[in-house]
Every structure is written in C-alpha cells, then in structure tokens.
Design a protein around this ligand. Structure first.
Ligand SMILES: [Zn+2]
Ligand SMILES: [Zn+2]
Length: 361
C-alpha cells in the first residue's frame, strides 16, 4: 500500500487545503478505511463559516472534516483481526461518535451523553480524505445492495431514526414534520415506516416540499412563501383541515428555527408528543405556555445523535423503506470539497444533500 493520501484539511474558517499527507497509522483497536463517499453535513458548513467551534480541545482546526462516511477496509488492527470480525475489502460505514464505554452515561447505554466521546470528523480527523481511521467497534459492514453513496449518509439517517424512535408514533396517527433538508425528508419516510396514518410536512421552500411529497408525505404546507400554492397563514388551521378537524398526534422538528419550534406546540393536540431535533443557536430559548400544556398533558422531547439504532438504519435502506436517492441531490469530488461546501451554503439552486465522492464506484 502507498503511504501518502490526498486530503481536504480544514485549517481555519473559510480556509481548506487540498494536500498530500501520510496515511494514518492505526492502533490495535482501529480499522483503516479507504474512503468511497462522504456526506456534507449542515454542521460542516457551520464549521467552515466559523459559526460553530470544532470539538477539538481548543475548538479550532486544523482538522479533516467528514463524519458521514463509507468505504472499504484497507487495514485491520490486531483486536479486530483476533476476533475475525472483518476481511480486507469489506464494504463498510462508520458511526463517528466513539463513546468511551466506561463513564456512567455509557454504563446506561446513553452513548449520546458520554463524557469522553471522540468524534471522527469533529474532534479527530475525519473522512474528507482518501483514508480514515475508525475504532473497530464503530465500523459496520453494509449490505451489498446498499451503495457507498447511500451508506455515507447512514449517519444522518441514524440520528433521524433515534429522533423518530423517541416520537413513539402509533399506527394511524397524524404526524407533522417540520423541515425539508436531508433529515426532514428522512424523517418523512421514517414516520411513515413507523406506522403514521397521515404525514404533513411544513417548510419554507416548495422544492423541498415537493421532494417531501415524493418521499410519501400526504400533505405539505409552505409557512413562509405567500406565492406558494401550498402557502397557509395559519398552520394549525391547515393541519385541522387536512385531519378531519383535529390537531396532530405527533410533531417532529428537523429544523432549529425557533418559530417552527414554537409553532409545533400549536399544531399538536392533547396527549401529543413533540420531538425537537434541529440545531438551534446557543442563545435560543423556547417558551412553553405551562398551564395549557399541563392540561393537555403534552410530551416535549429532544433527540441527540444516534445511540443504538445502526442495525435498523442499514435495514431500512436495504428494504427501501427509506429511499435516499430522493435526498442526494449534489455530488462533488474530494478536490472540489471546499467548493462543494460553499455551493451547499451559498447557491440559490434547489438542492437537498451534497456528498463528496472520494473514490467513484
Ligand atoms: Zn452531521
Ligand atoms: Zn462514556
């Protein structure tokens, strides 16, 4: 094997370097993956534009971004070798959130609350490179029918799956999904798979709302663009109109937009559940009318990361219950990764999810 690789390294806000570096040396508990595809996450955009600190000790680069990745196994550390877990060339994806397994949260299986977590692509070097090093416990073989491009975005699907599990949809229920980014469109399909009777999607852009219809939404509402055929001034009234006069049983937020969060409390009825997933800014505060929500015994939950769902994720991709082809709209090469990040933020063209194809199939 050669010992050099191409990487796109994030140096500081708005500066990335496409350069040649040494291929990472792996320890006994690691796997070296030859990267095929990497998803561009909204958080990568926030790091690139300096809106969010990295999870590195000082919050700064240099760091190779890329926490949503797939590839083939290029080298196997001693531990996994002894266990006979993998073969060179195995097709894999990885869970970037590498918990310590020893802290009190990990003892309870609450891996998303681990206090010593190491995250590939946000605290240690990630997959915007020809090779990435991941702990063997976080490398998962993928079914043959799942392409590398789809496997790369198994990570946001895993986060979506955790959020939908927390929503506890019951058969026949009416669910409102806010947001039509990659996560919103994944949730639209997941709540359907989980048994929702009616799925209503609310967002600001018709392109995304039409994608949501392709993803199985029954109704869509544009809550912002007055020229849209889907526009409604009052979302809760519109939900009632679509739902035999009733409010929704469930709402899930794939946006950190505070007015959507606030709105979700008004579209859901008594004994309903609302799950917040989208990322708000550190200063955002949600205000909840206490008495009204008490009397309607509403359940408000938050969902964070993707503990204990990865087995489900590959199964719902393989079964077609979630179609990720509808979600990947833009592809870039590794060399153009920085341009891709800028495009995903600044371009006015309709788009949902961008991926970097490091090594085309
Ligand atoms: Zn992400
Ligand atoms: Zn831990």
């Amino acid at each position: 094997m050669k010992n050099k690789m191409k990487v796109m390294r994030f140096m500081e806000p708005k500066v990335m370097k496409y350069q040649e570096e040494d291929i990472p040396t792996i320890g006994e508990n690691d796997i070296l993956i030859k990267v095929k595809s990497v998803g561009i996450c909204g958080s990568d955009l926030a790091y690139y534009y300096g809106e969010s600190p990295l999870d590195t000790p000082d919050g700064h680069g240099p760091l190779i971004l890329g926490h949503e990745g797939s590839g083939v196994i290029a080298e196997i550390g001693e531990t996994a070798k002894k266990l006979g877990l993998f073969t060179l060339g195995d097709r894999v994806a990885f869970n970037p959130v590498q918990q310590c397994n020893a802290c009190p949260a990990c003892m309870r299986g609450e891996f998303n609350a681990c206090s010593h977590v190491e995250v590939v692509g946000t605290s240690v070097d990630g997959a915007m490179a020809e090779y990435v090093k991941v702990r063997y416990t976080h490398v998962y073989k993928i079914p043959d029918a799942v392409s590398f491009d789809k496997a790369a975005i198994a990570e946001p699907l895993a986060c979506s799956t955790n959020a939908v599990n927390r929503l506890e949809v019951k058969m026949g229920q009416t669910v409102v999904v806010y947001g039509v980014g990659g996560i919103g469109l994944m949730m639209t399909q997941l709540v359907r798979a989980a048994g929702a009777g009616k799925v209503i999607v609310v967002a600001r852009k018709d392109f995304g709302l039409e994608k949501a219809l392709e993803c199985g939404a029954d109704f869509v509402i544009n809550n912002s663009d007055t020229t849209s055929p889907y526009y409604a001034t009052n979302v809760s009234e519109k939900v009632r109109a679509f739902n035999n006069g009733e409010l929704a049983d469930r709402a899930i937020l794939a946006t950190g937009n505070m007015s959507a969060l606030q709105d979700s409390l008004t579209v859901t009825g008594a004994c309903s559940t609302v799950v917040f997933f989208g990322l708000p800014s550190p200063k955002d505060v949600l205000s909840v009318p206490a008495l009204a929500n008490l009397k309607s015994e509403k359940t408000l939950k938050f969902a964070w990361l993707s503990p204990l769902v990865w087995d489900t994720v590959f199964k719902v991709i393989e079964s077609g219950q979630v179609n990720l082809d509808l979600i990947i709209t833009n592809k870039f090469s590794l060399e153009d990764a920085e341009k891709g990040i800028i495009y995903m933020r600044e371009s006015k063209e309709p788009k949902v999810k961008g991926i970097i194809v490091v090594d085309p199939e």
